[in-house]
Design a protein around this ligand. Sequence first.
Ligand SMILES: [Zn+2]
Length: 138
Amino acid sequence: MSIKSVGGVAVQPKHKLSCHCGAVVLELSLPDGIVDPRRCNCSMCRRRGAIVASVPLDGIRVVQGEPDLRLYQFNTKVARHYFCGVCGIYTHHQRRSNPHQYGYNVGCLEGIDPFLLPHVPTNDGVNHPSDRAPTKAA
Ligand SMILES: [Zn+2]
């Protein structure tokens, strides 16, 4: 799923993302809009409650606030969860399920109202893809 505009507001090919206090500003490359937005029920996501979408690793540039970004890791310590050390808002994370992607907080996109997104599916993060028994080769 890829969304090019939300409530009449266009997603820019280079779209800014900011934390709540404004210390951290990222520039996202979103030529295809908001890709694969979803919620997740894992122990982390169910607490932070954010809608997360996907961007390749080279699709995020830290414009401002690099020193304010804090890293949180848990469990397998593969995923890298970043948040603003001043206001505590989650901005983005490097995925465990696909280390070549970042997930980012759709609610931090400038001018975009995440509540106007169409139906956002919930990912089954409790049963993480990396924890499931290998399925038959596809
Ligand atoms: Zn902040």
